[in-house]
Each structure stands twice: as structure tokens, then as C-alpha cells.
Write a protein that binds this ligand. Structure first.
Ligand SMILES: [Zn+2]
Ligand SMILES: [Zn+2]
Length: 441
């Protein structure tokens, strides 16, 4: 499948490349958007700085929501607040009939103490999971919101000639809701953000990434970010003296065999030519002292895949491997997958990707690249389960910075070259504009 997809994409690339070259002279990008984007750019930076200095954790984006809603109301959009806790949804109806699309930005910050020396540095503190923590936009969601506000400004300025409707989705809790709460894209979908009128037929989004240089825009058809399912395995044995193991059942040895057995799933049980999968055990707990073989061991981990079918296979094999390995020694393994955290694959619809590729090429030229998939997860995937969606990566690493040492997303030293914000506005404006115009190959 991926090989066919890649071939189709390559063929599309060639065909579109030729078409774009032929059309470049009369069509190009001279549709007035560039000037509007330039005009919006300083405001986008100012918005990002305000949001950066006022970060809020997942499902607590109260001031953030007020700020965003105020800006959208000033643009005379139809604004709804309190969606999925603190989400904001705004509708821009164009002056001409046409399709409905959605653009999405996420709103939450992380429990991280900022270690970047900028005038708009965050000094916010709050309580998270019973601990006193700093709060920082360490994943760039401040930039995502500022970009989307900029896109709203640009498209609102041209609303009379806009053939269709744009739904702007500002979504809380991408980094996952606090324990015991619902939230994020999953809750937005549940509350009807895609099924209520106006109902979008496609959705676009992006993520700022430290891994790529500023100015670069990455796309990929199919899985661009992984599914993420939490894993908990409880191994029950029978407690006994450490000097008389035969009198009990040792769950520590069984758990050790399970850990190693799980690593053979990726290497021996899955078709590695399709896409990679990851099984990670990050926590093992069991026993109280050196000479007692305990009753029980509990392990926690995470499972990643880039294809929903492989994700299902992975779950099945983790269960089988853990249960059968434990059974071999008379122990019992109970496997719990996706109890508290489960994000689907961020799957860029191949047809939509192919359709929008010429637009991205016209806008970005050589700055556009086919990105390798990332095995991190994104809850944008929940929208893509409902309607075709396209998710892009936008680079933020300053030119000349060393990729090996430049701070990654989620680091207390995460920072962005703010000219990336304009690139983000260009990407989403271009996608929305061209999609609504029905511009295709
Ligand atoms: Zn993040
Ligand atoms: Zn993020």
C-alpha cells in the first residue's frame, strides 16, 4: 500500500509540477493574499507573544479562550465559546456559495518552567496533579493560535469574494486532559464540531517543530504521526521465599520474559516493509525486598503505529505475547490497552493531500518537502477519523542553528524563529483559499 501511495504521489508531483510551470505565468500567486498576509504578520507576532506570556494548562485555557474569542469577534465572525470546556469555534461565511472547511489550532500549554530569556517569558505557576509547576507554551501552541487568528484576519478581509465557509476551531487540551477529565479533539468531535452546521467536508492543521528549519514546510500522504495507546500489563504469580522459587510462581521472571518477547513483535511479527511500530515499556513495579518473590508485577508502556490496521494487529499481538508468555510459567498476564490514553494515527487523506499539493508547491516551492513520519501523536487525528484532513509540519529552528543541540518541543528551552508564523499563515490561508476556489490540478 505505501509503495502505491508513494508512486501515486510521485506521479501527481510530476503532473502537477508540469501544470504549475505552464500556468505560472498567468496564474502564479498574484491573488492579493501575500499583501494581506504581510499586513497581518506583525499582529500575528504580537498575538503569539501575548499568548506565550499567558500560558494555561489543558482544559484550563480560560484567559486564552477570552483573548481568542475577542479577536474573532472583532473580525465579525460568528463565535461560539465553551466548546469542549474552553474551546472556541468561529464561522466565517463567504459572500459566494461553496464548500465548508475547517482549520484547527490547539490552545494548551505544558507544565514546564520556561528557561528562555525573552521579554515575553512566562513566569506563570499553577498546580498540576498535586504539584506546584511552571506553565509554558513549550509545544508551540501559542504560535498555532496566533497563526490561525492571522488566517482569520486575512480571509475575513476577502470574505465578499470567498466561495464557501470556513470554520475556525480553537481546541483545548491537545496534550491530553487532566486525569479523570475528557477533553481535546475527541470531545470537540463528540460535541458536534464537525457534525453540526455548517458541516466541514475537509480539515487542515499544522504543527510548529524545532526539528525543521524555519521556512520549511513538511507534508506527507498517509500516516504522518503515530497512534498512541497506553499499555498496562499486570503479571500475577504466587509469592514465595526467594530461596524456594519452586514453591511459588515468579512474576518477576515472567515479566522479564514478557518485556523481551514484546520486542520481537516489531522485529518478528509485523511487516516492517509497511511501516514501523513501537512497543515501549517505561515502568516496572513489583516486590518489596530482595529475598521475597512477590505475587504481582505491574508494567506500563506505550504502543505506536502509523496505520490503523497495523495498530489493531499490534494490540492483538501484544495481548497474545504477554498472555502466552506468562502462561508458560504458570503466571497470568492481564493486558490493558488504551485505558486512559488513545490517539489514532494522524492520517493525511491521500486524495486530499494530492489535491492540495500543487497549491503548497506554488506557495513554497523548494521550501516544501516530503516529511518522514513522526512517532509522536496528535489528537488532530480524531478529526481525520471523521472527515479527510491534511496536517503539515512547519519548521521553527533558526537558520544556522545546530539541529543536534537546538531545544526540541516540550523542552524548557524551546523557542521559535517568529518568521515561521508567517509561513504558517501562508500555509493555512493558501489551503483554505485554493480549496474553496475548487482549484485542483
Ligand atoms: Zn506537545
Ligand atoms: Zn503540540
Amino acid at each position: 500500500m505505501p509503495r502505491q501511495r508513494r508512486f501515486a504521489l510521485y506521479a501527481a508531483f510530476v503532473a502537477f509540477g508540469l501544470a504549475a510551470t505552464a500556468a505560472a505565468a498567468d496564474d502564479g500567486l498574484d491573488d492579493g493574499l501575500a499583501a494581506l498576509i504581510d499586513r497581518a504578520a506583525p499582529g500575528v507576532i504580537a498575538d503569539r507573544r501575548w499568548l506565550h506570556q499567558h500560558p494555561e494548562l489543558s482544559n484550563r485555557e480560560f484567559e486564552t479562550a477570552k483573548y481568542v474569542a475577542g479577536k474573532l469577534r472583532a473580525l465579525k465572525l460568528d463565535v461560539q465559546t465553551g466548546v469542549a470546556h474552553t474551546g472556541v469555534v468561529a464561522v466565517l461565511r463567504g459572500g459566494r456559495p461553496g464548500p465548508v472547511i475547517a482549520l484547527r489550532a490547539d490552545m494548551d500549554a505544558l507544565p514546564v518552567v520556561e528557561d528562555v530569556d525573552v521579554p515575553f517569558k512566562s513566569t506563570v505557576r499553577t498546580t498540576y496533579d498535586g504539584q506546584d509547576v511552571g506553565v509554558m507554551h513549550a509545544c508551540g501552541h501559542d504560535g498555532h493560535m496566533a497563526i490561525l487568528l492571522g488566517v482569520a484576519e486575512v480571509l475575513a478581509a476577502r470574505r465578499g469574494e470567498l466561495p464557501g465557509t470556513v470554520k475556525f476551531i480553537f481546541q483545548p487540551a491537545e496534550e491530553s486532559a487532566p486525569p479523570g477529565e475528557e477533553g481535546g479533539a475527541e470531545l470537540m468531535v463528540k460535541q458536534g464540531v464537525l457534525s453540526r452546521e455548517p458541516r466541514p467536508e475537509a480539515i487542515f492543521g499544522l504543527h510548529l517543530f524545532a526539528g525543521y528549519e524555519v521556512g520549511k514546510v513538511g507534508y506527507r500522504a498517509g500516516g504522518i504521526m503515530a497512534s498512541s495507546d497506553d499499555l498496562r500489563i499486570v503479571v500475577d504469580g504466587k509469592q514465595t521465599h526467594g530461596a524456594a522459587p519452586w514453591a511459588g510462581i515468579d512474576p518477576i521472571v515472567a515479566a522479564s520474559q514478557i518485556v523481551l518477547g514484546l520486542q520481537t513483535i516489531a522485529s518478528r511479527q509485523m511487516d516492517v516493509t509497511e511501516a514501523p511500530v513501537i512497543v515501549t515499556i517505561g515502568k516496572i513495579e513489583g516486590g518489596v525486598r530482595n529475598n521475597i518473590i512477590p505475587d504481582r508485577v505491574e508494567m506500563k508502556g506505550t504502543l505506536r503505529a502509523l496505520d490503523e490496521d497495523m495498530r489493531r494487529q499490534l494490540h492483538e499481538r501484544v495481548r497474545r505475547t504477554a498472555e502466552s508468555t506468562a502462561a508458560a510459567s504458570g503466571a497470568r498476564a492481564s493486558v490493558h490497552i488504551a485505558e486512559t490514553h488513545a490517539y489514532p494515527v494522524t492520517w493525511n487523506d491521500p486524495a486530499l493531500t494530492q489535491r492540495m499539493l500543487p497549491s503548497l508547491q506554488r506557495q513554497f516551492g523548494a521550501r516544501l518537502f516530503e516529511a518522514r513520519p513522526m512517532l509522536g501523536a496528535e489528537d488532530f487525528s480524531f478529526y481525520q477519523q471523521q472527515i479527510p484532513g491534511l496536517f503539515l509540519f512547519v519548521g521553527v529552528r533558526p537558520k544556522g542553528a545546530d539541529p543536534a543541540t537546538f531545544a526540541s518541543n516540550h523542552s524548557p528551552r524551546f523557542t521559535i524563529d517568529e518568521s515561521a508564523l508567517k509561513t504558517g499563515v501562508e500555509a493555512l490561508t493558501r489551503l483554505a483559499w485554493d480549496y474553496l476556489q475548487g482549484r485542483t490540478a
